[in-house]
Design a protein around this ligand. Structure first.
Ligand code: PGA
Length: 252
């Protein structure tokens, strides 16, 4: 079962995730980190930056990138990664790879999948989860064995992401995304989620049946998962008291 940590807030959760990344990088300075975009991991990047570690040998792979967005658009994930991860952590831009949506798409997806394998594979993957239950842009119905490919965003995801654009009409409809099978190959997963709007997705991912209707439930197939949530995102977990007891190492 996933280890579930119910943190007091997003800052505390970010500190906890940064602890895990820092520990990995101390033992393996050339580790490969799986990097997520969105609002959720921002406290993690800030907390990690504050550790002052030498990050010059690590590399990272982003989960996904919009298709049909012009290069340099402030909301392209390449730009978001440059702003939120590369600049925050003081990295070279080339240390973090992002799928290239500006050429032939399927060969870009295949190249990306291959590059992850050739890097030695992701040591630690940071994940958010969508209100649809998506992991990266693997929306409900995605094969649990899927690899990097072009996918179509769910309407709810486009509505959720409209806050970053002028209107929902500007949110791209498609993306290149790592597949669920790609994500499951990472040696370790940390899934972060905050706020009431994620509570159903978190409960489904952690406690619901394993189903492609809720791609987040695929974490149940992985042997080494830590789920770090705030109280609001934990509010629909039936076994919250059990997770708290397990985390505090006291009987339940
Ligand atoms: P968010 O997105 O971090 O912006 O909530 C997470 C996701 O859609 O996977």
């Amino acid at each position: 079962m996933a280890e579930v940590i119910i943190a007091s807030d997003a800052d505390a959760a970010g500190e906890r995730a940064a602890d895990e990344i820092a520990q990995l990088l101390r033992t393996k300075p050339d580790a490969v980190l799986g990097v997520a975009t969105g609002s959720t991991p921002l406290t993690t990047w800030r907390a990690l930056a504050a550790r002052g570690l030498d990050l010059s040998r690590m590399q990272g792979f982003a989960l996904d990138e919009y298709v049909g967005i012009e290069p340099g658009h402030p909301q392209s994930y390449r730009t978001v990664i440059d702003r939120e991860v590369v600049a925050t952590l003081g990295l070279e831009r080339g240390q973090i790879h992002v799928p290239d949506p500006h050429g032939p798409l399927q060969s870009a997806a295949d190249d990306y999948e291959r590059a992850i394998v050739e890097s030695g594979g992701v040591d630690l993957q940071i994940l958010g989860i969508g209100s649809t239950g998506h992991l990266a842009f693997n929306e409900p119905g995605s094969s649990l064995a899927s690899l990097t490919r072009v996918t179509m965003l769910a309407e709810r995801t486009r509505r959720d992401n409209a806050r970053f654009f002028d209107s929902i009409d500007d949110v791209p409809a498609h993306a290149i995304t790592q597949g669920i099978g790609t994500i499951l190959r990472a040696r370790r997963l940390i899934l972060l989620a905050f706020g009431e709007g994620k509570a159903d997705a978190v409960a489904g991912a952690v406690e619901g049946p394993l189903t492609s209707s809720l791609p987040g439930s695929a974490i149940q197939l992985h042997p080494r998962v830590t789920v770090i949530v705030d109280e609001a995102a934990a509010s629909r977990l039936a076994r919250a008291d059990y997770y708290r007891a397990a985390h505090e190492n006291r009987p339940y």
